[in-house]
Write a protein that binds this ligand. Structure first.
Ligand SMILES: Cc1cc2nc3c(=O)[nH]c(=O)nc-3n(C[C@H](O)[C@H](O)[C@H](O)COP(=O)(O)OP(=O)(O)OC[C@H]3O[C@@H](n4cnc5c(N)ncnc54)[C@H](O)[C@@H]3O)c2cc1C
Length: 430
């Protein structure tokens, strides 16, 4: 750490502002590394807010695991290239615990059952197996487990969520569901309402009170009420408490698709707190060029707000995601990594990228394409040697995992971020 030719020398640059990049920046700051983070909008704003560890493996058999830790262990044993095979249970637990403590200190709590995946109602009316559940969604797990009579609320003008759809699908296994459609406070006229706008409106207590009155008119003898996830961005637990107190029922949120308020909460929390922990965040930025200097450091050219910044760092954590995030790019016949040009493990021929059936239970080989790493999470070259001793990769860019089908998204993101930062730390202080 220090100054070099008048410019700041960072210990590490974290490339990515998704769950992986945010977690890596947090862990790096916790370790006292001088950290710069770059990236722009990521999968985080679409994410449900649940933190999955592992629920389905092998995906070809659609085997569902009650115990996520046993699922992890089995994955590591049967697939020696899966990212989880490089991590101990102790490390994964430490990574998740550190993240949960960070959230909890900021009033954003998670609930879980020890060693057990739970089933959470979704906006599609399915039940998603997951491990860590945001406080505001937990009553949905309890209500479903006990098949409690429950009122599902949706709103005129809200396209992202239909209580009727949830009831239609979940009603097959949960008979006590009823729905009601109401106007959002202040939206007596016809028009569209959007989850983020509704959530920000409910940051005001008077609006929560108005919503409570609207719901009260619909309540029968139900003890549980399910709503789309709209209960605020920064004060979600307090808003839930206020509604529960005013209605004298237990409330739960159901995550909405597309831009998700529950994902936004996590994103905004990181963006608010990481700078206080000493992380320099370059919002809406992009690495457009990188050069390895003679001293082994990286020199990045980062584009932000129509200007290019030159940043030097002694190490880097590549958390740039897959195709959607921009970390991987597919041309007609080849998949490449977009920043360092490190090799990407992929099927030999494009015809092998996808299976014939779109909904093939095995998933598609292209979903497991990605960067192959060693035990220190350093990307490997074609001879299986680290490309650079100070470059580490983490998250969904890693090869040999299919987080969507495995239900392992945040687990892989957070635990590999932790491992990559540990390795960067050892490199820097080793
Ligand atoms: C719709 C959806 C729902 C999800 N639901 C769940 C869920 O229920 N449970 C769960 O556990 N997980 C869920 N996840 C997944 C969870 O968010 C993953 O952990 C996540 O997708 C892992 O992403 P990542 O951080 O590796 O990559 P991404 O989120 O794709 O982020 C990549 C980042 O890299 C940045 N980047 C790329 N190229 C550059 C460059 N050249 N310079 C600078 N930055 C760059 C991008 O700007 C972006 O910030 C969901 C994800 C999605 C998309």
């Amino acid at each position: 750490m220090g100054e070099d030719k008048g410019r700041k020398l960072y210990d590490t640059v974290v490339i990515g502002a998704g769950m992986t990049g945010m977690a890596a920046s947090l862990f790096a700051a916790n370790k006292g590394l001088l950290t710069l983070q770059c990236g722009s909008s990521s999968g985080l704003v679409f994410s449900s807010g649940m933190l999955d560890l592992m629920a389905v493996f092998p995906i070809s058999e659609q085997k569902r695991w009650k115990n996520p830790w046993e699922a992890l262990e089995s994955t590591g044993k049967s697939n020696s290239k899966h990212p989880y095979s490089k991590l101990s249970k102790v490390l994964i637990k430490q990574a998740m615990d550190d993240l949960l403590v960070f959230f909890k200190d900021l009033g954003f709590e998670y609930r879980f059952k020890i060693n057990e995946n739970v089933l959470l109602p979704t906006a599609q009316g399915t039940l998603k197996p997951t491990y860590l559940v945001p406080q505001n969604m937990w009553n949905g797990v309890v209500a479903y487990e006990n098949r409690k009579p429950c009122l599902l609320i949706d709103f005129n003008g809200l396209r992202e969520f239909s209580a009727f759809q949830v009831m239609e699908n979940l009603g097959k296994v949960w008979s006590g569901l009823r729905c009601a459609r109401v106007n959002f406070p202040g939206m007596e006229e016809q028009g569209e309402v959007h989850p983020e706008h509704m959530a920000r409106t409910l940051e005001n207590k008077e609006n929560v009170n108005k919503l409570a009155k609207i719901i009260k008119d619909q309540l029968g003898n139900e003890q549980f009420v399910g709503l789309p996830a709209i209960l605020g961005i920064h004060q979600s637990t307090a808003i839930l408490d206020q509604l529960q107190n005013e209605l004298d029922v237990l409330i739960f949120e159901i995550p909405t698709p597309t831009v998700s308020v529950s994902g936004l909460r996590i994103k905004e929390l990181f963006c608010r707190e990481l700078p206080d922990k000493g992380v320099t965040q370059l919002d809406n930025s992009r690495v457009i060029k990188v050069k390895r200097l003679e001293n082994g450091n990286f020199e990045f050219c980062i584009h932000q707000n129509n200007t290019d910044k030159s940043i030097e760092a002694r190490s880097a954590v590549l958390a740039s995601g897959r195709f959607f995030g921009g970390g991987l790019k597919a041309s007609r016949h080849h998949i490449s990594e977009t920043i360092f040009g490190v090799p990407v493990s992929q099927p030999q021929d494009r015809r092998q990228w996808h299976n014939i059936e779109f909904f093939d239970r095995k998933g598609h080989p292209v979903n497991q394409a990605g960067v192959e790493v060693d035990d220190y999470f350093r990307p490997l070259d074609s001879n299986q040697n680290p490309v650079f001793e100070n470059l580490f990769a983490a998250g969904s860019i890693l090869a040999y995992q299919d987080w969507i089908r495995e239900k392992s998204g945040s687990g892989i993101a957070v635990s590999t971020a932790y491992a990559a930062v540990e390795s960067a730390f050892s490199y820097l202080h080793g």
